[in-house]
Ligand binder design. Structure first.
Ligand SMILES: *Cc1c(COP(=O)(O)O)cnc(C)c1O
Length: 393
């Protein structure tokens, strides 16, 4: 026990990165493993783009020099991409609306530092959702208020959210985090949820995490000029295939963007990551060509799982599916459901498919057509309690 450490950190459970990674499969897992647990794009960069990047590393990047801490060239490319994908003209958008970070995870932390630190505010999240908001808040000693979601479609309990905001708790809620579409449940924000976000006072920051924008095709970017209290987060880790390089960006009112620039570390992005992100922007049309295929594969896997008597799967706006056990009459206890989920998770892993077990369900990333085919075949091989039948008896 090191007594100089903050006592609350000893109780904090950190984010668990997936065990496989590029260092190879663990335990008793077979040699070939389908890594469908972290929502990456299943395809690496094309070989010729990797070659271009290697050339850049060898010929352009000086290892002894600091990277470009202004990210100006990358910001210009990102601004162009945002414009062309916004679905409406964005004459208001400039590079002053952008902040680039080491993964969008860094932006989450910068936002918390810029708003709630030092007892100034709490954050609101609707569970189940991306765990990093609450984890990062706790590392900074920032209180987290949690509300629920509808079982049917995972829309937020807006009434509970409104009540939490109206309460006289201290510190007051300063930031609301939403994901559009949500992880792990894959649903985009509903019109009612968006209306509610629009109704929030300007004293509350609304963080809209669009990590899966390229798969959903839905964005709230065009709302930004009317809402100086909104920020949109994006990442290069998913559709743009750069999870290894850690690049994300935020789109916000210039005053907020400037504050994010102030609180970040001066050289937060290595030169190699900057080069990779610029390459991805320059070749975005090529990289995004696989999105329709991934979306079609998602629909195919959804269609295969939907009739399964023991599994419940939800419609997805992202590149993953969320499943739970069928439990219509609530005959299955929480412990039994958890044990059955464990059984599915372990059986899939033993067969060579790694998925994420989270929030009382399984989140399965859409992979290559071959991987998805194997996911379905392996799921079918698992013997599951037929809950529906039991509940009819
Ligand atoms: C994957 C993901 C991110 C991306 O995080 P990076 O730090 O950019 O890799 C952000 N938000 C959500 C909800 C995600 O699922």
């Amino acid at each position: 026990m090191l007594s100089f450490l903050r006592s609350d950190l000893s109780r904090l459970v950190s984010y668990t990165p997936h065990p496989g990674g590029s260092s190879g499969p663990g335990d008793d897992a077979p040699q070939v493993i389908d890594r469908l647990d972290t929502n990456e794009c299943p395809f690496d960069l094309p070989a010729d783009l990797k070659q271009k990047l290697s050339w850049h590393w060898q010929q352009i990047i000086e290892s002894n020099r600091y990277p470009d801490g202004s990210h100006q060239a990358l910001k210009e490319a990102i601004a162009q991409y945002i414009s062309e994908s916004a679905g409406a003209p964005t004459p208001w958008l400039t590079t002053a609306h952008l902040s680039v970070s080491s993964g969008s995870d860094e932006l989450i932390r910068s936002l918390l530092i810029a708003t709630c630190l030092g007892g100034e505010g709490s954050i609101l999240v609707a569970d189940p959702t991306f765990s990093m908001y609450a984890i990062t808040a706790k590392t900074l000693g920032i209180p987290v208020v949690t509300i629920g979601r509808s079982e049917a479609n995972f829309a937020m309990d807006v009434q509970a959210a409104q009540a939490a905001i109206a309460s006289t708790q201290t510190p007051p809620i300063r930031v609301v985090f939403v994901v559009h579409p949500n992880s792990p449940t894959a649903n985009a924000l509903t019109a009612a949820e968006i209306d509610w976000l629009r109704s929030l006072p300007e004293s509350i920051l609304v963080v809209i995490d669009e990590a899966y924008f390229e798969f959903s095709g839905q964005t709230l970017v065009n709302d930004l000029p009317q809402h100086p209290n909104w920020v949109i987060l994006r990442t290069f880790s998913k559709a743009f295939r750069l999870a290894a390089h850690r690049v994300g960006y935020g789109i916000a009112h210039p005053e907020l963007a400037a504050t994010l620039e102030k609180v970040r570390l001066p050289y937060n992005l290595p030169s190699f990551s900057l080069a990779a992100a610029q390459l991805a922007m320059a070749h975005r049309n090529l990289l995004l060509q696989v999105i329709p295929q991934i979306v079609a594969e998602r629909e195919k896997l959804y269609g295969a799982i939907a009739p399964h008597p023991a599994l419940r799967v939800w419609k997805s706006d992202a590149n993953f599916l969320f499943l739970r056990l069928q439990n219509p009459a609530h005959t299955l206890s929480e412990a039994a459901a958890e044990a059955a989920l464990d059984h599915i998770f372990i059986s899939l892993k033993q067969q060579g498919t790694l998925v994420r077990k989270t929030c009382g369900g399984l989140r399965i990333t859409i992979g290559t057509p071959e991987e998805n085919q194997r996911t379905w075949e392996r799921l079918q091989k698992i013997r599951l309690p037929s809950i529906e039948k039991d509940s009819l008896n």
